[in-house]
Design a protein around this ligand. Structure first.
Ligand code: GTP
Ligand code: SPV
Ligand code: MN
Length: 583
């Protein structure tokens, strides 16, 4: 398939280590993919769903202990420990290679190794980057086919002498004790072993497009971020693009596909991306963004025609479902889907399930892998090689208290501080406790491929280089009242907040300056047709100084970890906030 010596030498080395019985190059052709689908159904790796109702759709169940990203077993292996920083697990590259080589030794005996050349981004785009993933999993091949642009085109892009990100995955025996997700940024290499779950094994996604890419971006003057990208057009036909970073399972896919509420019918939201953005400074002095992925690996539970019609519609064909429930007529179901729960189903563990079982039918982190091109609201700029110009960057988290519905940073440096002080309640997207508040700067804590202190510095540097930078905001859709109910309706109604954001960018909306930044007045948020009393909105738009003082203490504790790698700009903003709160 290629004469590229770097590719062939690497493949040879990996083959000697893993010792597969067979090597199959993935060319991206429908006929080859169809063979693989058939084979995976025959072995039980995939379950064919009702092909009349869900054409081209399959279900996959992962091992019970292998249902989410494993941050505790994810490593950044730079030669110096301080280059990985205090928020990443670290191993010396030499030790990591040695340790993992032993695990990989002969692990593909009796199996086939698939060679998947893939492009992150559109072929020929200045943003595009190539990788090759070696894997012994057909599930990975079929998912990579949806999530990336893979096959012959990617090999062409690498050419006779080009570089590529070297990705090795072996599911081995899915033993959690020996599970490792390891990035070697200095070698442009990723090694993953003993998992067969989504983000741990679709190496183009978090491992490459965020961990490796963030490292490359720092060196080359661009950014790789955990951000959705959407286009918002108002009734006058004016269009703005927004990039938003929320932690895992905190609403990126939903916001990217938002449907305006009845009262705001003339507005239109179009999706450029739902998880990852690569951002570069354009010749016009603005920041431009592109989505390196070709599909959505979205959270299933909570997705319904009410909450996210567009996501649901996207998954009605050519979709792979992971860890959802299987109904008796060969369809899928999850908690929060339309209609009543089925009277009987097979749950994500493959066991008989009824509503009386008292357990969840779908795993809380069950997902769909669906082609972005099928999304009813996909942006005409989804495959624009130049990307799209960003007017606003929005940070957000899941905070029951503390963070108001929305506020705007005073300037870029303050905006970087707002991103760097993000905190959010943990979700089922990663193994471990759920609902615990943790600091998650820019929603990148699990995904930054280098010292996060340097990452903050890179953000600050970028601001100095962008002649016309986006304005920066923070949102929180997840405030709870004393009865534990969401105070803000969320979903489509988030457009009301996006409108204020865009109007601020255009200098059209008012705000009040507070200790933490600019907040809208109650009258600045359009609540037409919304059943929300003024007192609640007032509460959503308030800053409780005492609560923020304790927040400040948490920020200080977090920043102390970075020692002298914490940039001056962040220290300066921290002092400003303290002064403001003590005034
Ligand atoms: P990852 O794919 O893990 O990065 O997640 P994501 O950030 O794309 O999150 P997603 O949009 O899939 O939403 C995760 C969960 O949050 C789903 O169960 C949604 O129903 C819920 N959610 C999304 N938006 C809102 C909102 O505005 N309000 C409330 N209350 N819940 C929301
Ligand atoms: C996330 O956890 O942020 C995801 C899913 O988007 S995964 O690909 O598993 O990282
Ligand atoms: Mn994500």
């Amino acid at each position: 398939m290629t004469n590229n010596k770097k590719v062939l030498t690497w493949l040879d080395e990996m083959t000697k280590m893993c010792q597969p019985d067979k090597i199959v190059w993935i060319d991206g052709s429908e006929s080859q993919l169809d063979e693989l689908r058939k084979e995976s159904v025959a072995t039980g790796e995939m379950i064919e769903l009702n092909q009349e109702k869900l054409p081209g759709c399959y279900l996959h169940r992962t091992a019970e202990n292998d249902v989410a990203r494993v941050e505790g077993r994810t490593f950044i292996c730079t030669s110096k420990e301080e280059d990985a920083g205090p928020t990443n697990n670290w191993m010396a590259p030499k030790d990591a290679y040695e340790k993992l080589s032993k695990l990989y030794e002969g692990c593909m005996k009796g199996r086939t190794m698939y060679v998947i050349p893939f492009i992150m981004g559109v072929k020929g785009s200045p943003f595009a980057k190539v990788g090759i993933e070696l894997t012994d999993s057909i599930y990975v091949v079929l998912n990579m086919n949806i999530m990336t642009r893979m096959g012959k085109d990617a090999l062409e892009e690498i050419g006779e002498d080009g570089d590529f990100t070297k990705c090795l995955h072996a599911k081995k025996d899915v033993n959690p004790e020996d599970r490792y997700i390891v990035q070697f940024p200095e070698d442009n290499t990723i090694w993953s072993i003993n998992s067969a779950y989504g983000g741990n094994v679709l190496l183009g996604k978090k491992c490459f497009a965020l961990r490796i890419a963030s490292y490359l971006g720092k060196q080359q003057g661009w950014m790789a971020e955990h951000m959705l990208i959407l286009g918002l057009t108002n009734p006058q036909g004016e269009k703005h693009y927004i990039a938003a970073a929320f932690p895992s399972a905190c609403g990126k896919t939903n916001l990217a596909m938002l449907i305006p509420p009845e009262a705001l019918k003339g507005y239109k939201v179009e999706t450029v991306g739902d998880d990852i953005a690569w951002l570069k400074i354009g010749e016009d002095g603005r920041l431009w963004a592109m989505n390196p992925e070709a599909g959505f690996f979205g959270v299933a539970p909570g997705t319904s025609s009410k909450t996210n019609y567009n996501a649901l519609a996207t998954t009605r064909k050519n979709t792979i479902f992971t860890n959802v429930a299987l109904t008796d007529d060969g369809e899928v179901w999850w908690e929060g889907m339309d209609g009543d729960a089925p009277a009987h189903a097979i749950d994500w563990l493959g066991k008989e399930w009824t509503p009386a079982s008292g357990t969840k039918a779908a795993h809380p982190n069950s997902r769909f892998t669906a082609p972005a091109a099928q999304c009813p609201c996909i942006s005409p700029d989804f495959e624009n090689k130049a990307g799209v110009p960003i007017s606003a960057i929005v940070f957000g988290g899941r905070r029951a208290k503390t963070a108001p519905l929305v506020y705007q940073a005073r300037d870029w440096e303050h905006g970087v501080f707002v991103g760097a002080t993000m905190a959010s309640e943990t979700t089922a997207a990663a193994a471990g406790a759920v609902g615990v508040v943790r600091r998650d700067p820019m929603a990148m804590i699990p995904f930054c491929g280098y010292n996060m202190g340097d990452y903050f510095a890179h953000w600050l540097e970028m601001g100095k280089k962008i002649p016309n930078p986006p304005k920066i905001f923070h949102v929180n859709w997840f405030r709870l009242d004393d009865n534990g109910k969401f105070m803000w309706p969320g979903f489509g109604d988030n457009l009301r907040v996006l409108n204020w954001i865009v109007d601020r960018c255009d200098g059209k909306a008012d705000a009040v300056e507070t200790e933490i930044g600019y907040l809208p007045k109650v009258s600045d948020i359009n609540v037409d047709g919304l059943d929300l009393d003024e007192a609640t909105l007032k509460e959503l738009l308030s800053v409780d100084k005492e609560v923020w003082k304790s927040e400040l203490a948490g920020m200080k504790e977090f920043f102390a970890k970075f020692g002298d790698r914490l940039p001056e700009g962040i220290k300066h903003q921290l002092n400003l906030l303290e002064e403001n709160l003590n005034k």
